[in-house]
Design a protein around this ligand. Structure first.
Ligand SMILES: Nc1ncnc2c1ncn2[C@@H]1O[C@H](COP(=O)(O)OP(=O)(O)OP(=O)(O)O)[C@@H](O)[C@H]1O
Length: 650
């Protein structure tokens, strides 16, 4: 019998493999780690292939490589050996972990690093020779997969270069025109500071929670840049400024288009300038020229984008590889302006670029000479924020702190703030207070499933709009007013089950004749990009008949138009009367119901709940137990990378 087949069979039965049995009580093996769920099959296979090719069989090297791959799957850019040495991954017995290293003569993290540095699989970047193309890169106690080390370096090199350039000239009078009302008391107008900062620098980040005026601010920034360019081009016959707006998803791009158009209308500037400010946003994939199925984009270092200014919204959703590719495709003279909420969930794929960039943004410290420069330019007194210890990156960042959407009487604002601060008591107090805009539904004793009847009521307006045959634009508006969010995919209160139950409930109420076929009102979300159709993962389509009565699924395009497709043309999709919080990023709804699972889950974190809460504009209902809410508020996501330490000198 083939021995490897036998091994697979044993693994599938969750039994120790034959080769492990003699080690079971003493040393670790890769197959044991896979069975414990510490490694995925792909992590083990990858490292075993490398081991065979390179003739490297030392366990301390193989476990480091396999963990690097496994942690990448959880969103980490690298592993930190020092942290792992102190706290072995969950599911591994500590004594056994250390025994496995002692067996190879290792007794400390430095001896582990030395051993790795001696391996043909690892490049040690402290060497004068620099990195060679080996699968793993060791920098200090951080171990990376080669490609991800490169991505991180690409972003760092870009930032380091752009943090030291001489500031561009900024028209202080124009800046004053855009901010005519001085802020009262001793407060700083951070929106004005953000515009001054971003207009002065080739790279900037503007972060803020919901309704803090991010769009208002960048619209003023674009107005300033466009007006300066128009004035300059008139005198020097220069070309007009080429500005591009982008976001990670189609939905977020459509929202950016809408918000910029609205904010532009109220600018205190003449129409010539307003009309030169673009409104049309696109997705990052489309901007870069997505070549689906390939990881390389049409635009890159050799074929840069044709633009002078690039504004990217919802940057919390942008992963490290995408950021590196974006930077790679920027022409050297271009400005990059990143916009987002640093406290939201990080990207689905690896990295937390916005979080890393803005790791120290709360302090709002500038280097003294930058503080003096901004004070002169804005007329705001920024010297109290001057610190000689502030790292260079600090000047490129501005945090907007005042929410103009949620005032002191807003439960949503208070709840979001408490959750973001990890203040579990504050969160529970807020949920128990009588704010008009929030509600809390605790599961009752023995509850096994969601209260579908109550949740489904939120869609009454939508079904009425379907029944009377509203046009697709109006129907989309109505649909976007209410959203059920779930924290998890699987389980009783997971998105799959809740969607199935909702469809059944609607069927019983006569909303459709057969829930198993396409019906008017069916709402779906794509789960894969589709180049041929120009649609993206996360795009939402509503099924309604066209003029000839044929059912089509209608998708909102970034330009505000709708594209209607025959259902048979769609690739992978799922019903979307409920969606996960992850999928809701970049969208906002008037009313949101957030369902927590009935049992603890590692995905319940402060960032997940904060993101869920801040999707709601005027009404938020939280379905979840006191215990899970408390635990989530106290659990923060940590993603390993070298970016924040390199930028914030920690
Ligand atoms: N300085 C300000 N003074 C008064 N109102 C403001 C100010 N800045 C923004 N607003 C108003 O606050 C609301 C939210 O602003 P805006 O849409 O720019 O915020 P945002 O941070 O982009 O919001 P979102 O959470 O939707 O991304 C808008 O109605 C806007 O007109």
């Amino acid at each position: 019998m083939d021995f490897s087949n036998q091994l697979d069979l044993l693994n599938a039965l969750d039994q120790p493999a034959l080769s492990d049995q003699k080690h079971e009580s003493d040393l670790l093996t890769l197959s044991f780690l896979q069975r414990k769920g510490v490694l995925r099959p792909i992590d083990r296979q990858w490292v075993e292939q490398l081991s065979e090719k390179a003739g490297e069989d030392r366990f301390a090297v193989l476990i480091a490589g396999a963990l690097c791959s496994a942690y990448l799957g959880e969103g980490h850019i690298c592993i930190d050996l020092a942290t792992l040495w102190k706290t072995p991954p969950e599911g591994i017995d500590r004594a056994r972990f250390y025994r496995s290293f002692t067996a190879e003569g290792l007794d400390s993290v430095s001896s582990w690093c030395e051993l790795l540095a001696s391996s043909t699989l690892v490049t040690c970047v402290d060497e004068c020779t620099g990195p060679t193309q080996r699968p793993l890169v060791l920098k200090g106690t951080r171990l990376y997969l080669f490609r991800y080390y490169q991505y991180e370096q690409q972003v760092l090199q870009y930032l380091n270069h752009n943090m030291t350039v001489t500031p561009f000239d900024v028209d202080a009078n124009l800046l004053a025109t855009l901010f005519p009302n001085p802020i009262v008391h001793d407060h700083v107008d951070w929106q004005k500071v953000a515009v001054a900062n971003a207009a002065s620098l080739p790279f900037s980040v503007i972060s803020g929670g919901p309704g803090t005026g991010k769009t208002t601010t960048v619209t003023k920034l674009l107005a300033l840049l466009v007006a300066q360019s128009l004035a300059f081009s008139e005198s020097a016959l220069n070309k007009p400024l080429r500005v591009e707006l982008a976001a990670p998803t189609g939905k977020a791009a459509a929202r950016l288009t809408e918000s910029i158009a609205k904010a532009k209308a109220s600018l205190p500037l003449d129409d010539r300038i307003k009309s030169a400010i673009p409104e049309q946003a696109t997705t990052l994939h489309r901007l870069l020229g997505s070549d689906f199925g390939r990881s390389r984009f049409k635009h890159n270092k050799d074929n840069p984008l044709h633009l002078d200014v690039l504004l990217v919204d919802e940057v919390s959703m942008v992963d490290l590889p995408m950021m590196a590719k974006l930077i790679d495709a920027l022409p050297s003279h271009a400005r990059l302006i990143l916009l987002g909420d640093k406290d939201q969930l990080a990207s689905v794929e690896a990295g937390s670029v916005l979080g890393d960039l803005s790791a120290g943004i709360e302090n709002a410290y500038f280097q003294p000479e930058w503080g003096a420069y901004l004070t002169k330019l804005t007329g705001e007194n920024l010297m109290p924020f001057a610190r000689s210890s502030a790292p260079p990156i600090s000047r490129a960042l501005t945090l907007l702190r005042t929410s103009y959407r949620f005032d002191a009487n807003s439960g949503i604002g208070y709840l979001a703030k408490s959750m973001n601060a990890g203040d579990a008591q504050g969160v529970l107090r807020c949920l128990q207070s009588d704010f008009d805009d929030i509600a809390w539904r605790e599961p009752v004793e023995g509850q096994k499933s969601a209260d579908i009847g109550t949740l489904a009521k939120g869609y009454d307006d939508y079904w009425e709009a379907v029944r009377v045959g509203k046009n697709i634009a109006d129907l989309y508006q109505v649909f976007s007013r209410y959203q059920i969010l779930t924290a998890v995919r699987q389980g009783e209160l997971g998105v799959e089950k809740v969607n199935a139950q909702l469809e059944q409930y609607f069927y019983r109420r006569g909303r459709m004749k057969d829930p198993h076929v396409w019906y008017p009102g069916k709402a779906v979300m794509l789960t894969r990009n589709d180049a041929a159709l120009g649609l993206f993962n996360g795009d939402i389509g509503l099924c309604m008949p066209d003029e000839s009565g044929r059912l089509r699924v209608w998708f909102l395009q970034a330009d505000g138009d709708f594209k209607g497709l025959l259902p048979s043309r769609l690739g992978e999709f799922e019903v979307v009367f409920a969606m996960t919080v992850h999928k809701s990023q970049g969208s906002e709804f008037e009313r949101v119901a957030l369902l927590l699972p009935l049992v603890p889950s590692p995905v319940l974190t402060r960032e997940l709940l904060y993101t869920g809460i801040t999707r709601a504009k005027s009404e938020f209902t939280l379905w979840g137990s006191r215990q899970l809410i408390r635990t989530a508020a106290q659990t923060q996501i940590e993603r390993y990378s070298g970016l924040s330490d390199a930028l914030w000198c920690r």
